[in-house]
Design a binder for this molecule. Structure first.
Ligand SMILES: C[S@@+](CC[C@H](N)C(=O)[O-])C[C@H]1O[C@@H](n2cnc3c(N)ncnc32)[C@H](O)[C@@H]1O
Length: 432
């Protein structure tokens, strides 16, 4: 159909799930990064597959009325944001459309999306960034060629993280990136934690002598040379920094570790906690919180006098959750188990436990069929499903429907403004 290097005139029609514009010259789908719906453009074809192609905006002939000027100077190349060139109203409209289309295509069909929940600001919301260091550059990965871009500041990251990065960046610029490939910066309450990912033979004196006078909490974690994963299994304070820190979500204080998952946008996470608590407001039975992490939902529910069992595969996160329960005086209401969700569900069933209410907040891959088949066996009447992946929750909703669960409510949360990411909260109830 098309050839690489060929230029075609077309209009961008909509946005694909991963943020690219979609054009259909001669009826053939071409994905165009940074294309805005209603742009009339000349598109240069860069890659041709059997059923679709990729192209770049060679020239915007007539710009879309939905276009905006990206405030970030790195936006052209940085892979962190996808939609700074669009008006926010259009982004919401497109995200709604993508969720609806996904549920039509992969899920149980038409859905009734309720309010889109936003945080107070779409800038400075990230409490965590991961810097990649590569060939003298220190920053984020470019969306177009995966090269590392040198970054001084990030507009979606918290301002104190940016300040800390400005101070730290020049001090490590001479350290070989092979032995120190990543730096993670996290704002936890009013402290900044900095984790250096280093290889086994790295001499930590290189860091201690540089950072003794900065007011941040410094750690190292050990990774293999060439590993794409920034966090290793260990967390070693460089000075006498604590491993367990306190973070506030709404009026609840949680114990967290800088190397473990915790929600990135605290204000929107708080809205998600409210969503879960509201959905379970009148419930008095035992609640099962699967994939509970450091206990975000479990502790909030226990503070409302609910009895909760949290399940999580990471032992260290369960340690945080248990400490949070003690800190909040709810350790009699919130208990926790470490293990794989699928196995624990089966074990709980065999032990005779039944849970009329369940929360699931799985990773992007969603729930296994086996897991889904345990839910009705545990006599669950109401299921709250938190998802960061519309395709997997849509797929799982279809399976849940076969098990007799009806999707009652689904709410998008704008957890990551300016990006294509979509977070969803859904409530399912079992047909009588
Ligand atoms: C999206 S996070 C949610 C954590 C928590 N609900 C929160 O909001 O902070 C998913 C969690 O599932 C855990 N996880 C991943 N695979 C798991 C499995 N097979 N069994 C249990 N937990 C798992 C991860 O360690 C992670 O903490």
């Amino acid at each position: 159909m098309f050839e690489v290097g060929q230029k075609v005139d077309a209009q961008i029609e909509s946005l694909a799930f991963q943020g690219h514009g979609i054009a259909k010259p001669q009826g053939f789908t071409v994905f165009v990064p940074r294309g805005a719906p209603l742009d009339h453009a000349q598109i240069e074809i860069t890659n041709v597959k059997k059923h679709f192609a990729f192209g770049t905006l060679a020239k915007i002939v007539t710009p879309s009325p939905h276009r905006a000027t990206p405030p970030c100077t790195y936006f052209d190349r940085c892979g962190g944001c996808h939609y700074q060139h669009l008006q926010p109203e259009l982004v919401e409209q497109e995200k709604r459309k993508q969720i609806n289309d996904t549920f039509m295509r992969m899920g149980p069909g038409t859905i009734d999306l309720s309010a889109f929940e936003y945080g107070p600001s779409s800038w400075g919301y990230r409490n965590r960034i991961t810097i990649r260091r590569d060939q003298g550059k220190q920053g984020f990965v470019a969306w177009d060629d995966f090269e590392t871009l040198d970054i001084e500041t990030c507009l979606i990251a918290n301002s104190e993280i940016n300040l800390a990065w400005k101070e730290i960046k020049p001090s490590i610029s001479t350290i070989n990136s092979k032995v120190l490939p990543f730096v993670m910066l996290r704002k936890i309450q009013n402290q900044i934690a900095v984790i250096f990912s280093v290889t086994k033979d790295f001499n930590k004196d290189e860091l201690t002598k540089r950072f003794a006078n900065l007011p941040y909490l410094f750690y190292t974690t050990t990774i293999k040379e060439g590993s794409p994963i920034a966090i290793g299994k260990d967390l070693n304070p460089l000075f006498n920094n604590p491993i367990y820190l306190e973070e506030n979500v709404g009026d609840i204080t949680y114990i967290v570790r800088p190397d473990l998952f915790f929600q990135t946008n605290i204000e929107v996470a708080n809205k998600m906690v409210q969503f879960v608590c509201d959905a379970l407001q009148t419930e008095t039975d035992f609640i099962l919180d699967m994939f509970c992490g450091s206990g975000l939902f479990s502790i909030a529910l226990a503070k409302q006098q609910k009895r909760v069992l949290g399940v999580e595969v990471q032992h260290e996160a369960i340690q945080c959750a248990k400490q949070s329960a003690i800190l909040n005086g709810v350790d009699e209401h919130a208990t926790f188990r470490t293990g794989k969700a699928e196995r624990i569900l089966e074990r709980l069933y065999k032990e005779g436990a039944r849970f009329s209410h369940m929360i699931v907040d799985p990773p992007r891959r969603g729930l296994e069929e086996n897991f889904l088949s345990w839910i009705p066996k545990l006599e669950t009447k109401k299921l709250i499903y938190i998802s960061c992946s519309p395709p997997t929750i849509a797929r799982d909703a279809k399976i849940l429907e076969k098990h007799g669960y009806i999707l009652e409510k689904i709410t998008p949360f704008e957890m990551f403004p300016w990006t294509y990411h979509i977070e969803l909260g859904a409530v399912f109830t079992k047909k009588a």
